[in-house]
Every structure is written in C-alpha cells, then in structure tokens.
Design a protein around this ligand. Structure first.
Ligand code: FMN
Length: 169
C-alpha cells in the first residue's frame, strides 16, 4: 500500500511546484492532496471554524506514514494557504478532543518539496519546516528543491529527483 502523501499548495495549478511534484510522482507511488480543493479557514483562538474541511483533511493525512509538504517559495516562506494549514495544526495541540489526532503525527517522517527562482532554497524556508516537524515529534526526511529562475526545466533536476527518491526506499 502507498504510504506517502504530498500536501501541496501553490497560487497556480500546473505551476513549477506542481510540475516538480508530478515529476517525482512519475516513479514514486504517492498520493497528492491539493489544499486548494479544500475549504478551511485560518487559525481562530475561539475555534469557531471546527466544521470546515480541516479535520477531514488531517484525518486523511494521518492515514499515511510519510508526509511531503510541497510549496513554492514566496518571499522566503510558504504560500498563505500552506501557512494557514500549518497554523491550524495548533488545533490538534490545544483542543482536548483533538489531542489524540495530534499525537498521531509523532513518529511520522516529513519532507519538503519546493521551487523558487534561486539556486538555493532559503534557510528560513527549510528551517521553519524543520522546527515545526521537531515540535510535532515528526522526523525530518529531507527536501527537494528546483531552481525555476528560467522556468521549469526538468533536465536540471534529474539528480536531485533521483536523490530524493532514494529517501523513500
Ligand atoms: C509572490 C511571489 C513571491 C516570490 N518570492 C520568492 C522568493 O522569496 N525567493 C525566490 O527565489 N523566488 C521567489 N518567487 C519565485 C517563485 O518561488 C518561483 O517562480 C516558483 O517556482 C513558483 O512556483 P509556482 O509556479 O508553483 O507558483 C516568488 C514568486 C511569487 C509569485
């Protein structure tokens, strides 16, 4: 059974980040969840948003052992929707009836897939993920980054794609 899911967000469909994810998915069995297919609101201190799509989304994500977070680099950070998703994980740590779901994140392995218009992914981008994974008790598995300064050029990413695939063996 496939045990890897990618949580994907971008401001555009079929953009560089989605193309990178699809290149990876060509030879590796993963399921992809596009956050734009779900309707969930930002973190609310009063938790008035509990009937939105966030919990069904989390339950689906928790059924996998390996979780890829895929986002372009927008101003050294993730997309607003990915940030909103990460913020909502706070619900799992704060609401007593969701604590069990939060604990199920522990021990899972998390990865990052990203594209930018730079040679290197900014440290701030990767560190924010790493720190989040550590806080949640998840293992950090590694990242795949594509420099798309000249558009999506898959031939430039072959080595990195192959290296990233090895992490899922
Ligand atoms: C709002 C916005 C902010 C961006 N900020 C950065 C940045 O901080 N560093 C960078 O290298 N590229 C930046 N880029 C370029 C994108 O990361 C790059 O084009 C990426 O491949 C876009 O992926 P997408 O097609 O999935 O949106 C930015 C692009 C946009 C639209």
């Amino acid at each position: 059974m496939n045990n890897t899911v990618a949580i994907f967000s971008s401001a555009r469909a079929n953009g560089n980040t989605e193309k990178l994810l699809n290149s990876f998915a060509l030879n590796t069995d993963i399921d992809i969840i596009d956050l734009s297919d779900y309707s969930f609101s930002e973190y609310d201190y009063e938790y008035k948003n509990q009937d939105d799509d966030f919990m069904p989304l989390i339950e689906k994500m928790l059924s996998y052992e390996k979780i890829i977070f895929a986002s372009p680099v927008y101003w050294y950070a993730v997309t607003p929707t990915m940030k909103k998703f990460l913020d909502r994980i706070s619900d799992l740590l704060e609401l007593p009836h969701l604590l069990d779901s939060g604990r199920r994140l522990r021990g899972k392995t998390a990865y990052v897939v990203c594209s930018s218009a730079s040679k290197k992914v900014p440290n701030s981008f990767i560190c924010a993920f790493k720190d989040t994974f550590e806080y949640l008790g998840m293992f950090y598995g590694g990242f795949l980054h594509a420099n798309c300064a000249e558009g999506y050029q898959v031939e430039n990413y072959i080595d990195d794609l192959n290296g990233f695939r090895v992490l899922f063996k």
